[in-house]
Design a protein. Sequence first.
Length: 108
Amino acid sequence: MTTQRPEWLTEQCPDWCEIDHAEQVLPGDRLHAECGITVPVIAEYTTRGHDGELLHHEEPAYMTVGRYRRVGEQTSWLSIGEDERQHLEISLESAHRLVGVLRDELGL
């Protein structure tokens, strides 16, 4: 994060915030965020064929996982996504519950 705080930023950044807030000019763009971690994955995509049949195919992809919170709000979110193609945003509380289920499913 930049060392010079914009006038509109009156709250403290969370310790994980890595954003340069000076670049967030519009109020709707203002958030605390980390750069995230990008992970290579194999993803399954579903499309419809010409006859309407569902077609499933897998291909390599990169998913980025990172936290963010809109300035002035209390809820922090976990974003898991590959641009606009596949994207999931859930609260950190929900992410903790999901981790428990994933551990069970994976036998960890």
